[in-house]
Design a protein around this ligand. Structure first.
Ligand code: ADP
Ligand code: TYD
Length: 205
């Protein structure tokens, strides 16, 4: 597999992104890659603020949330110590749990998708994933995994919302298929099977 790729994992809540980021990171490190795995919302002050919104500690509106995610993404890209651009420059293979397709899918439930895409254009121009990996599960499966694993649910975690978010992911993939590299994988299988398909796809880049 090529080195120094930028790989973004996408999907609705509970689809298995963190599980796959971990499996891919481990297997690439074993194969001798320098790997930096990361996530959005980040653990910066902006990301911490976003998590307070999701847990219901802070109440705000959907436009502010979309703008905060964009600010968090700029920080994720540009911060000098462990920013995405710095890590790419240092030769790492960078794997992120969520990137701008999450914004397209989650925020366009509440505002026009084109607005969200345009607002994120500077990010796409700075760093576009070599592959966006979408792990596909149904909104029902997502809710059942969330309910099994957590005592409380977050702001966007309802069956109705996740159904809309999933439809938005597909609308965004369709809209951007000419300029984005997208791989959709069936998330309703054993984690190892999914991981093996992902590795195979990455070999073809
Ligand atoms: P995400 O990061 O997308 O929220 P996680 O990787 O944290 O998802 O997985 C959510 C829950 O589903 C966890 O309890 C995890 O163990 C479980 N899980 C992950 N992958 C699978 C899979 N392929 N099949 C069944 N359960 C899974
Ligand atoms: P995350 O911590 O990845 O949750 P999960 O592991 O359950 O998938 O993300 C928290 C929430 O943030 C999730 O509901 C998706 C949402 N989100 C947005 O609404 N916009 C964004 O740009 C991003 C990155 C995430």
């Amino acid at each position: 597999m090529k080195k120094n790729l930028f790989i973004a994992f996408e999907g609705i809540d509970g689809c298995g992104k963190s599980t796959q980021v971990k499996l891919l990171t481990e297997s690439l490190i074993k194969a001798g890659h320098k790997v930096y795995s990361t996530f959005e919302p980040t653990d910066s002050q902006i990301g911490i603020l976003l998590r307070s919104v999701f847990s219901g500690q802070i109440e705000t509106n959907h436009h502010s949330i979309a703008a905060l995610f964009l600010a968090d993404r700029f920080h994720h890209l540009l911060n000098k110590s462990d920013g995405l651009l710095a890590k790419m420059e240092e030769g790492y293979t960078v794997i992120t749990d969520r990137y701008y397709f999450s914004s397209y899918a989650y925020h366009s439930v509440h505002m026009p998708m084109d607005w969200v895409i345009e607002a994120n254009l500077p990010c796409a121009n700075m760093l576009k994933p070599d592959l966006n990996i979408y792990i596909d599960i149904s909104a029902e499966q997502s809710m059942s995994r969330i309910n099994k694993n957590r005592e409380s649910t977050e702001l966007y975690e309802t069956l109705e919302n996740l159904t809309l978010v999933k439809a938005n992911y597909y609308a965004a993939f369709d809209k951007l298929k000419a300029t984005e590299s997208i791989y959709i994988t069936d998330g309703n299988r054993l984690p190892e099977q999914i991981a093996s398909d992902i590795r195979e796809t990455l070999e073809t880049l």
